[in-house]
Unconditional design. Structure first.
Length: 263
């Protein structure tokens, strides 16, 4: 498993770089803010072929190719380009991610940022590493001392939009400042302590499966925005479920939850 999560994931990232900066065909998915390119499809097929060759009985859940449920206790979750909108616009905030779930719980995961050649790897109970060096979440005690990320996508629900706006304002007043790439870069920066906490108002399983494990292994936590543990449901169509999440060090996570509850 580790070979696919490291060597083959880096190969997938190098494949992405062949497309990066070129004129790509961009196709809308669920909304104008959700897009896919030929690079997404090519990268996912590359990884799926290598997983299937080594583990032919395992399930695969890919963002672009869907749910291949073979009834295994193991499921590979593929996000071939996290940050596709950034990627298609020629911005360097994107990467490729893999997570291995056992009975719907992440047990191994890797994230690769090809522009900076940065690989994060985690295995349950063994910590999380950035390019081979162990990392941990921020040790800050106050939100006012740290940067935080706040990511969201457009929604037709005006009430939710007003709530998100109010939450953004309260987070802005509490943290040292807010940043947003709206992709895996925000989560990575929280795992290794550069950000104190991260919020994302709308994610899918492939966006967060690696980070549920990585934040725990880095000494932090990721929950839904009511503070409940993230539980992945692989019944039916697991790729259609939305997750609003908050992650960070345990101390800062509590402070963010208090702000969320105040809105």
């Amino acid at each position: 498993m580790k070979t696919i999560l490291t060597r083959h994931l880096k190969s997938a990232g190098k494949l992405l770089l062949r497309y990066f900066g070129r004129t790509l065909h961009v196709k809308r998915k669920e909304s104008h803010a959700s897009v896919v390119t030929e690079a997404d499809v090519a990268t996912e097929r590359f990884l799926a072929r290598r997983i299937r060759a080594r583990f032919p009985t395992h399930n695969i859940l890919g963002e672009e190719t869907g749910w291949q449920n073979l009834g295994s206790e193991f499921t590979w979750v593929i996000d071939p380009v996290d940050g596709t909108s950034n990627f298609a616009a020629g911005m360097p905030w994107f990467g490729v991610m893999l997570a291995v779930l056992r009975n719907a719980k992440p047990v191994m995961a890797a994230v690769y940022l090809p522009v900076t050649d940065t690989l994060y790897f985690a295995e349950k109970g063994k910590g999380v590493f950035r390019n081979g060096k162990r990392v941990r979440v921020s040790n800050a005690t106050r939100l006012s001392d740290v940067l935080c990320s706040f990511a969201l996508d457009p929604t037709p629900d005006r009430r939710q939009t007003r709530r998100n706006t109010e939450l953004f304002q309260r987070m802005l007043a509490s943290a040292r400042n807010l940043r947003m790439t709206n992709c895996l870069v925000d989560f990575c920066s929280t795992v290794d302590g550069r950000f104190g906490a991260c919020l994302n108002q709308m994610t899918k399983i492939w966006d967060i499966a690696p980070f549920v494990l990585m934040l725990a292994e880095a000494g932090g936590i990721m929950t839904d925005q009511e503070g409940a543990p993230i539980r992945f449901d692989l019944t039916g169509e697991p790729g259609k479920r939305d997750y609003a999440v908050v992650g960070g060090s345990r101390r800062l996570h509590k402070q963010v939850l208090a702000i969320i509850k105040s809105v």
